[in-house]
Design a protein around this ligand. Structure first.
Ligand SMILES: [Zn+2]
Length: 49
């Protein structure tokens, strides 16, 4: 299983990651604190591919 990293703190996300929906995208972060940061500044943490 590939490990994902939290876009906010770069911490490796385990099974209990948090999903945040911003700008129509679902972002997986590690915790509620990072989820709040993504919501506050989505452009800073979301890298479109
Ligand atoms: Zn995080």
């Amino acid at each position: 299983m590939a490990a994902k990293k939290c876009p906010v703190c770069q911490w490796e996300i385990k099974e209990d990651g948090k999903q945040v929906k911003v700008d129509g995208k679902v972002v997986l972060v590690c915790c509620d604190e990072c989820a709040a940061k993504v919501k506050a500044q989505p452009a800073k943490y979301i890298n479109p591919r």
